[in-house]
Design a binder for this molecule. Structure first.
Ligand code: ZN
Length: 197
């Protein structure tokens, strides 16, 4: 552990201050049992981050980078802002209702989920943790960065099984529009590649 006790305490203190400011009222009664109005120890973001993508269940909406903001407003409304991966992605309805359900289950009575379309989501927003989870799941994570303009950066897609860059695209669209089906020329395993977007 490189974190000194002092640094830890400072971090914790500033976090509590930030949460208190966001909540708009002090809530130090941590020992009280979880009443319906009590929001517990977890922040709105932590609760929202437990929601997973219905198409790729190993990824949380935080891993995907579609969880843009989460806060508790002064009137006690838990607000979560999400940006869809692809316009018209049917998973977004499921994600929206899952976020509501998770927050209600955690004691938030007033919940609002806002969808923001601009700036548009890009695979660049996917976290390193998310990319590692994808690889473990057998899906090649997006390579390189999203194109600035119409031409995507063509980096080789590595096989998630044997790590070989010697792969080929079989079909542009796999089980979902977000993925393409690839095959490894070394180990011959077919795999999904989460396309750069
Ligand atoms: Zn391979």
């Amino acid at each position: 552990m490189s974190v000194t006790p002092e640094a830890h305490d400072v971090g914790r203190a500033s976090r509590i201050v930030a949460e208190t400011m966001m909540a708009g009222h002090p809530d130090h009664d941590a020992a009280a049992p979880a009443a319906p109005t009590h929001h517990g120890e977890r922040s709105v973001r932590e609760i929202a981050a437990t929601v997973h993508d219905p198409e790729i269940p190993v990824l949380s909406i935080q891993d995907l980078g579609i969880l843009r903001d989460a806060r508790l407003e002064e009137d006690g409304t838990a607000v979560v802002v999400i940006t869809p991966t692809y316009s018209g992605c049917p998973a977004m309805d499921t994600i929206t209702s899952d976020v509501r359900e998770a927050l209600r289950a955690a004691g938030h009575e007033q919940v609002r989920v806002d969808t923001v379309l601009q700036p548009a989501w890009t695979t660049d927003w996917m976290t390193e943790e998310g990319r590692a989870k994808l690889r473990e799941y057998g899906i090649a994570p997006p390579t390189g960065r999203a194109a600035v303009g119409p031409i995507a950066v063509g980096l080789s897609v590595k096989c998630p099984q044997c790590d070989s860059p010697n792969t080929r695209e079989m079909t542009r669209f796999s089980s979902t529009a977000c993925k393409a089906l690839y095959q490894c020329r070394e180990c011959l395993e077919p795999f999904d590649h989460f396309k750069v977007h």
